[in-house]
Design a protein. Structure first.
Length: 165
């Protein structure tokens, strides 16, 4: 008689493989959701940094008479950049929509839409009356993970992982 595997041994091995595959798929989905959150956070930080660089370099749209500031406005699901001129407000680029499962919130609490105003020539950032620091929380609702963007009125922008509240 040839040595072979019994039906029970085969069922156990197939069950173990199925179990590991299920865990791997769940971990992969969590990994991809975390990477989406990191990518969206990076894009938002890059938009903030772009507005800061444009105002510090004096870069103004061609239709702008006198540049006053650049501002980034945001709501729970989108953000955009504007150049505030003496006689007009000019949208820079198009509004950037966040994926459905990713939302923005702000601390200290403010009504949304909110804004961050970058002033010219090193005059800092206007975060609101009496606000010296603003935290924007970006949350992925699919895996309940968050990233925090800290904006100081000096213009320093930091990003880090944080616990969701």
């Amino acid at each position: 008689m040839k040595p072979s595997f019994t039906l029970i041994e085969l069922i156990i091995v197939i069950g173990i493989i199925t179990l590991f595959s299920g865990f791997s798929l769940a971990m992969y989905n969590d990994f991809t959701e975390t990477k989406k959150l990191e990518a969206e956070t990076k894009k938002f930080v890059e938009v903030l940094e772009l507005a800061k660089k444009k105002i510090n370099s004096g870069d103004k749209p061609t239709t702008c008479d006198t540049l006053l500031n650049y501002k980034v406005t945001y709501s729970t699901n989108a953000y955009q950049v504007f150049a505030q001129c003496f006689s007009s407000i000019i949208q820079i680029g198009s509004s950037i929509d966040l994926p459905l499962n990713i939302i923005l919130t702000v601390s200290p609490p403010a009504s949304l839409p909110d804004e961050v105003i970058f002033k010219p020539f090193g005059l800092g950032v206007d975060l609101g009356v009496g606000v010296v620091e603003k935290n924007v929380l970006i949350k992925n609702n699919n895996n309940s993970k968050c990233r925090q963007i800290n904006i100081k009125n000096s213009g320093v922008i930091n990003e880090q992982k944080t616990a969701c509240l």
